[in-house]
Design a protein. Structure first.
Length: 482
């Protein structure tokens, strides 16, 4: 009576795309994080899921009635190098049909070895799974398309990385797990039929409005590109750094997926990199839009036979589409920045006004989130801000710009508070929550953080502990946790 209602349309695709994979049972399953509102939205029964038989599913010790567990196959460019991959530690239980009729994947991450594990143990550590839970749910609350986290179950078993860590399994919910790398996998097998099958499946599942398009595959590529342009702008507008934008980590649904070495900027710096393995800064904050375009070019290469029988015409047409990406991204970003500044009309000098603010922030090592928050509530972040001639000059320009629009100041202020979060997952808060959970099994710190992050645009709360940036004595570093 837990409410699982599974279908398996992905498992009906050619065998090339998946392989049967049963979760491996663990010693001492224990539920340490559970997303009750998400469970209810999925049509599940929260109380039943918290009982031992429900926890057994989250840990991989049991599979729900109607599930057909599989591991998905895909390839990907990792830091620019093509690699054959696949779900080496993730198992798809099936597609849950929600009460509203939506279809979402239910995946166990860290559930044991699969055909694609190679030398890996198929397991995951508690800390990285809790990080994904925190950040993905924070992204959802910020209004950014994302996979979500339903539960984390500790396994009672060790996993071995650089040291010995506590094991865990994350239950991830996604519109789907179809990636750029999924199409690359089919293309790498020189199987045009498989490329067509995954493209048609993606269109039917995520872009049904294109069903009767006379050039369905080219229009599908346009639609995927448009969603990615919007998603990249949303990342940039809140200072989110994904950290590992490989092609296997770009979902064709337009959701943010795979939270490894991700983090949010405190001090504004376009060169910000958090990932310990990104030594060259390939996936730095400022590079994310261009990397998204690069990834889409790899998708275009994989889909090329579907666009036109004539290769030259196919290349010409898809190149035209790719060339639109910077404009689409900039359009979304500029609209978002206008909203962050309470600008409800468009003027030709808006981009210069925004650029000058960002340049000032970089020069002064200003906090990205709190600078916009201070503009939203009319209070300077620091006293020195009010005494800064450059800031004063910019602020007068901004006030004059707002005065030229017909909308009232209260309406502009309200718009700003809808687009400038008061709270983000501050890196030091995330680390404190993970440390308490992994070192002391104290999950109260994480629960308090999740409570704050659930309403990031709530300006009525004064919570300095969650709004102040952390210490800048040393650069913050994150790790993949695989």
């Amino acid at each position: 009576m837990t409410g699982w209602r599974f279908e398996h349309t992905y498992a009906d695709l050619p065998q090339l795309f998946h392989s049967p994979a049963a979760p491996t049972a663990v010693r001492e399953p224990r539920l340490v994080a559970f997303n009750r509102p998400l469970a209810t939205m999925l049509g599940l029964e929260p109380e039943a899921l918290r009982r031992p038989e429900g926890v057994a599913v989250f840990a991989g010790n049991a599979v729900p009635d109607g599930s057909r567990p599989i591991a998905q196959a895909y390839a990907g460019h990792q830091f620019g190098h093509f690699t054959v991959l696949g779900d080496g530690r993730a198992i798809l239980l099936g597609e849950q049909i929600t009460p509203s009729g939506d279809r979402v994947d239910i995946q166990l991450k860290g559930a044991g070895q699969t055909r694609f594990s190679r030398r890996g143990d198929g397991r995951a550590a508690l800390g990285p799974m809790l990080r994904e839970y925190i950040i993905s749910e924070a992204m959802h609350a910020l209004g950014i398309p994302t996979t979500r986290s339903l539960a984390v179950a500790a396994t009672g078993e060790p996993v071995y990385r650089e040291g010995v860590l506590e094991g865990a399994v994350l239950t991830r919910v996604a519109a789907s797990h179809i990636r750029v790398g999924t199409v690359q996998w089919a293309a790498a097998h020189d199987d045009e039929g498989a490329v067509r099958a995954i493209a048609d499946y993606t269109q039917a599942r995520h872009y049904p409005e294109l069903r009767d398009s006379p050039e369905r595959h080219l229009e599908l590529f346009h639609a995927i590109l448009a969603r990615q342009a919007s998603l990249m702008a949303r990342w940039q507008l809140v200072g989110f750094v994904h950290g590992v934008m490989n092609t296997d980590n770009m979902a064709l649904s337009g959701e943010t997926i795979d939270y490894g070495p991700c983090a949010f900027m405190d001090t504004y710096d376009p060169a910000t990199v958090f990932s310990s393995i990104d030594e060259g800064g390939r996936y730095a904050y400022r590079n994310q839009p261009s990397i998204a375009q690069w990834n889409l070019a790899r998708l275009a290469e994989a889909m090329l036979p579907l666009f036109d029988p004539n290769v030259d015409r196919a290349v010409e047409r898809v190149t035209e589409a790719l060339d639109r990406f910077p404009h689409l991204f900039n359009q979304h970003w500029l609209d978002g920045m206008r909203a962050k500044l309470g600008l409800m009309t468009r003027e030709g000098d808006d981009e210069a006004l925004i650029g000058d603010l960002l340049a000032w922030m970089q020069q002064r090592s200003a906090d990205f989130t709190n600078t916009f928050r201070s503009l939203s509530n009319g209070r300077p972040v620091t006293e020195s801000m009010s005494d800064d001639p450059e800031w004063q000059g910019w602020h007068r320009r901004w006030e004059a710009r707002r005065a030229r629009q017909p909308e009232s100041p209260p309406a502009a202020d309200a718009l700003m508070r809808q687009h400038n979060p008061a709270f983000i997952p501050r890196n030091h808060n995330v680390e404190a929550a993970l440390m308490a959970a992994t070192a002391s099994h104290d999950f109260s710190v994480m629960e308090r953080l999740l409570d704050v992050l659930a309403t990031p645009y709530d300006y009525d709360r004064d919570l300095p502990m969650f709004s102040a940036p952390g210490s800048s004595e040393r650069p913050y570093r994150t790790f993949c946790g695989t």
